[in-house]
Design a protein around this ligand. Structure first.
Ligand code: CO
Length: 208
């Protein structure tokens, strides 16, 4: 994609939006009230808004390598805090995807420099679920399952934060774990049982 193309496309988009609604940008700029916080991978093939059919204003977005939620990541913690306490989103979605390069890299014994501490969080997911993963003989199936388990563990990291715990208790905030199947284009709800997960982790991570 060429840079000039981007500005041409942008102009076409502005013209199209104004053609549909002359007040579009006045309305867009007057309010920020998304219902959803989406945490996904930076992978260029997983364009979050497009695959959800979302419009500007619908989704608060955070993307990083392999859709990680780390308590040491000031950006992630600030985004969750702002989305949940200030914007008061109704849903927090963690969305992974098959063929995730970050997850693949974490399955290999390679020194990737500054990426090591980031990918180590995924290696920790592998360690937690080692028995299940090592029982899968097909490498591709194992890779897919690690993508799913990584989503589950990042959802748990979301649940560990005080703001999310309060949101669940006070106003029915819900957390969702999804995978984008890059082979079919479909979003898959992993249907993670958060009530059970919460009960299991509550005695350790409960903050009130
Ligand atoms: Co990825």
């Amino acid at each position: 994609m060429k840079i000039e193309e981007i500005f041409e496309n942008n102009q076409k988009w502005v013209t199209k939006k104004l053609g549909e609604n002359a007040d579009y940008f006045n309305e867009l700029s007057s309010d920020h009230n998304p219902d959803i916080l989406y945490i996904g991978c930076s992978d260029s093939r997983v364009s979050s808004e497009e695959l959800m059919g979302a419009e500007p204003g619908n989704v608060f977005v955070m993307r990083n390598i392999a859709n990680m939620v780390s308590s040491l990541d000031l950006s992630a913690m600030s985004i969750i805090k702002y989305a949940v306490s200030e914007l008061k989103v109704k849903h927090v979605i963690v969305c992974g995807h098959y063929e995730c390069g970050g997850v693949k890299a974490a399955m290999m014994s390679t020194d990737l420099g500054i990426l090591n501490p980031w990918l180590r969080n995924i290696r920790d997911v592998y360690r937690i679920h080692k028995d299940e993963l090592n029982a899968i003989s097909n490498e591709n199936e194992k890779y897919k399952r690690l993508v799913e388990l990584n989503v589950q563990e990042q959802c748990i990291n979301v649940l560990k934060t005080a703001d999310v715990q309060l949101g669940i208790k006070k106003r029915n905030l819900t957390v969702h774990g999804w995978v984008f199947d890059i082979h079919t284009g479909k979003l898959i709800d992993l249907k993670i049982n958060f009530d059970k997960l919460l009960k299991d982790i509550q005695e350790i991570y409960r903050l009130d």
